[in-house]
Design a protein around this ligand. Structure first.
Ligand code: WTA
Length: 635
């Protein structure tokens, strides 16, 4: 029996039980057998959730790029590591072999070194889905610099906040990005952001769209000529197991985004292990995850997990509906993709189109389908399973988070029988708990509560960059001695988990986590706005869309509301990005509040979702009359 690759259900249960009974032995054996270490660990795990402090493989020394690249060169140098599929279907795909990837990463690492970047320095990467993105991430890891990738759809304000929060010395960007028919001028977004970032002394610019852009003397440099001059040899920096590998920002329900810090060894072991099992990856498979590397899914399951297994990982620059809604399936046919991993929002958007877009292509290569990012509703599950998977490729609904680093609850294809909308069973090493109203752990099956994890796993985020207190407060204070996920879940009669959605003020829109507070803060900057409250409401493509209740300063003033709506969305776009725009805005004279002054979001959510039959008891509100007004003016 192999602990590393689970192939049968009995094996899963056996491995799972072992991982719970002897977690240290379990993770020790996996680490020993499947990775390259420069020095062995002294201790597999030490932990204390009350601090909270967690350390895996303490004392070990390694470099993750030796595991993701160098060790494959002996027998797989000519195997494709990254298969780049450009936005334009007429532009040829690029097959970057492990040998070429090694050279590219080393050159890039040498360029970074020349710019004075070394171990522990923070590097901001703001790039579209082009090979330079994956290469720059790995180049940072090669020299021990901490990468902070910012999704290239974020605005200049969001970018500058993230750059300043982790004090990045350098920004890597491109002259622009191609998304369907659109060209986006990324460099000018960076220029604007950097007006507020004194910490950045260098900007390296990759060429993608070939237009004239402004290059600031002494700060900005084209990347390619520097790479051409750099050596293809670069010794890896030897890292401690617990040295930070990267920072990735995620929205919280309050305040600025949290820079989740992931460390080296545990993250490597867990993402590699889960990649192998959840996708049942076999040696010559072609694996494709459609996420952007700007999110955790791209970090763990486009770059690190697949490459640590010597896989071929597809990187797609484009969008699902360009040149038409058959693009995903055209790419599956073209590259004979075996595992396909995407988000429910993409599935729902494509399911609205004629199924001819799917049926036109030969999808017989597919063996596994995956879903991630939000609950997948039953209709979308069946559409995906029937039309794409032809009812023969298992569909794995994978639940996890930026904070967890890797997939936590998921079926293992060909092993775990699937049930639509259920993420099913915890992966080995993961100990979920559902907490009840009185902070007690709910025992047995057929219970619903708040989802927590009660034992450490190797890829958990170790802290919030620069703010350990916030880490403790957000994840370890709701309940004693367990990690709180922010999600609700139920456990059915056979012990399967179904995630029911966020239980805090994070709203998932098209798979993107958005905190309500930062959006409200942005809106409140509009000179006409006194106060606002944002809630989510069900949307058939995005999963949730945003609904804003806005109180204006001048009561009863003659305002041109549609213009104001545009201005409010403009402010949100500038502060956060277009992904956070509101679908609906209702101007109101008041917001329902408790006597202690807290906005009753439950009521606002129900009204926005057109579910007004049962608003509960509103008599205890400070201002019950406003509920009637809001109900009457719903948009
Ligand atoms: C939600 C994405 C239901 C959940 C990897 C979680 C899901 C948040 C699923 C994390 C799923 C993710 N079913 N909900 N399969 N996967 N979520 O940090 O609310 O971008 O807490 O990480 O997405 O989003 P994040």
């Amino acid at each position: 029996m192999s602990n590393y690759h689970i192939k049968h259900l009995e094996e899963y249960y056996k491995v799972y039980r072992k991982s719970i009974r002897e977690p240290e032995l379990f993770w020790e054996e996996i680490a020993e057998e499947h990775f390259v270490w420069r020095k062995r660990w002294d201790k597999v795990l030490s932990w204390d959730f009350s601090k909270p402090e967690v350390k895996w493989y303490e004392g070990a020394k390694l470099n993750i790029t030796e595991n993701c690249i160098d060790r494959h060169l002996r027998i797989n140098a000519d195997k494709t590591a990254i298969l780049f599929e450009p936005n334009d279907p007429d532009e040829p795909a690029q097959h970057i072999t492990y040998q070429q990837l090694s050279e590219k990463v080393n050159r890039f690492a040498n360029v970074l070194k020349k710019k004075g970047i070394g171990k522990g320095d923070r590097v901001c990467i703001y790039l579209p889905m082009i090979p330079e993105l994956a290469v720059s991430v790995l180049a940072c890891a090669r020299i021990g610099a901490i990468h902070s990738v910012v999704f290239a759809g974020f605005s200049s304000t969001a970018l500058s906040t993230r750059i300043n929060d982790s004090d990045c010395k350098i920004v890597i960007t491109s002259d622009g990005s191609l998304r369907g028919t659109k060209t986006i001028d990324l460099k000018s977004i960076v220029d604007e952001a950097l007006e507020k970032c004194a910490c950045v002394s260098t900007v390296l610019v990759a060429k993608r769209i070939d237009t004239d852009i402004h290059m600031k003397e002494g700060r900005d440099e084209w990347l390619q000529p520097l790479l051409d001059k750099a050596s293809v040899e670069c010794e890896p920096e030897i890292m401690d197991a617990e040295d930070p590998l990267f920072i990735l920002y995620t929205s919280g329900s309050t305040g600025t985004p949290k820079g989740m810090v992931h460390t080296t060894a545990g993250y490597m072991v867990y993402t590699a292990y889960t990649f192998k099992n959840v996708f049942q990856y076999r040696d010559n498979d072609i694996y494709w995850c459609t996420a952007d590397i700007g999110w955790i899914t791209g970090h763990s399951y486009i770059i690190y997990g697949p490459l640590a297994n010597g896989a071929t990982t597809v990187m797609f620059e484009g969008v699902p509906n360009y040149p038409d809604c058959g693009r995903f399936w055209e790419v599956v046919e073209k590259h004979k993709v075996n595992q396909f991993y995407t988000a429910p929002t993409a599935i729902r958007a494509l399911a609205k189109e004629t199924v001819e877009f799917v049926n036109k292509y030969d999808l017989s290569s597919l063996k596994v389908l995956g879903s991630v990012g939000e609950p997948i509703n039953e209709e979308a599950w069946h559409w995906y399973n029937d039309n794409v998977g032809k009812k023969k490729s298992p569909l794995v609904d994978t639940w996890w988070q930026t904070e967890t680093g890797g997939i936590m609850i998921s079926p293992i294809p060909y092993v775990t029988p699937t049930i639509p909308t259920y993420a099913s069973l915890p992966l080995p090493g993961i100990q979920p708990a559902l907490m009840g109203e009185n902070n007690e752990e709910l025992q047995g099956n057929q219970v619903e509560g708040k989802l927590c994890i009660k034992y450490p796993w190797p890829s958990m985020a170790r802290t919030v960059w620069g703010n350990h207190e916030r880490y403790k407060e957000t994840y370890f204070s709701a309940y004693d001695n367990v990690y709180f996920t922010g999600d609700g879940a139920l456990r059915n009669a056979v012990g399967y988990y179904r995630i029911t959605g966020r239980v805090d003020d994070v709203i998932i829109v098209s798979g993107h986590n958005l905190g309500t507070a930062p959006i409200e803060d942005a809106i409140n900057e509009h000179p006409a706005v006194a106060e606002s409250a944002i809630v989510g409401f069900p949307h058939d493509v995005k999963g949730n869309a945003l609904y804003g209740y806005v109180i204006l300063k001048e009561v009863g003033a003659d305002r041109n509301h549609d213009n104001l709506r545009k201005e409010i969305n403009q402010i949100i776009t500038e502060h956060i990005g277009p992904i956070a725009k509101l679908d609906k805005i209702q101007f109101t004279n008041g917001l329902p509040k408790t006597r202690s002054g807290k906005i009753m979001r439950r009521i606002l959510r129900k009204i926005a979702g057109n579910d007004i039959s049962n608003l509960g008891d509103t008599s205890t509100l400070l201002n019950p009359e406003v509920v009637q007004e809001i109900k009457e003016n719903v948009v």
